[in-house]
Design a protein around this ligand. Structure first.
Ligand code: GDP
Length: 196
């Protein structure tokens, strides 16, 4: 079984015009702001302080690179979909992400986070389509499992599965709060890194 032995912040980028990568395979993390992305990154890293868990939304939009096990980069895309974002800001976001996805030659897979309590949004579907269009395999992660009753789990997963048109087997379930789902997700990431 693969485990995470080290994780550190590498750098943040905003401009990908001349992006050449850092020589590591890249795993992209995307999702609405507040979906629990920072918390999940911290869970995987086993370091509660690696990615900031933000109380306030809509701060500077940076793409953060974290180096795991000296083997792969976890690429933390800025969260989207917060209420206060204007059209200009959304366009800047899309431009930056497009530029990154077009210029990176090393993306192995994308992890798209959705909140297990909610139906995925139009923007979730858009970014999923965009990954697929760029031939990037996507794994869906449903976050905050601890926030629902056990009896709701299957119904919520079926709803996410139907909305995103992905098989229920392609949805991983996590709780950063209860530390659920970490090992499974790490194995999944390594399947893509090792090209299995
Ligand atoms: P991000 O904006 O996607 O990076 O989301 P954060 O990781 O900052 O989390 C947003 C909020 O959801 C914070 O208040 C977290 O404490 C909370 N949160 C994140 N993951 C979980 C979880 O698994 N369970 C619960 N109950 N709360 C969570």
């Amino acid at each position: 079984m693969k485990t995470i032995k080290s994780a550190c912040f590498l750098k943040s980028e905003t401009d990908f015009k001349n992006y050449k990568g850092f020589g590591y395979p890249e795993i992209v993390f995307a999702g609405r702001s507040n979906v629990g992305k920072s918390s999940l990154i911290n869970l995987i890293a086993n370091n509660g302080k690696l990615a900031k868990v933000s109380a306030t939304q809509g701060k500077t939009k940076l793409v953060n690179f974290f180096l795991f096990n000296d083997e792969f980069l976890l690429v933390d895309l800025p969260g989207y979909g917060y209420a206060s974002a204007g059209k200009d800001e959304q366009e800047r976001w899309a431009k930056m992400i497009n530029c990154y996805l077009e210029n990176s030659k090393q993306i192995k897979c994308a992890i798209l986070l959705v909140d297990i309590r909610h139906t995925p949004t139009k923007q979730d579907i858009q970014i999923l389509d965009y990954f697929t269009f760029n031939n990037i395999p996507v794994t869906i992660v449903a976050t905050k499992l601890d926030k629902i009753k056990n009896s709701e789990k299957q119904r919520n997963l079926a709803n996410i599965s139907a909305t995103l048109k992905v098989g229920i087997n392609n949805i991983f379930v996590v709780s950063a709060e209860k530390k659920i789902g970490r090992d499974e997700l790490v194995q999944r990431i390594y399947q893509f890194i090792d090209g299995e």
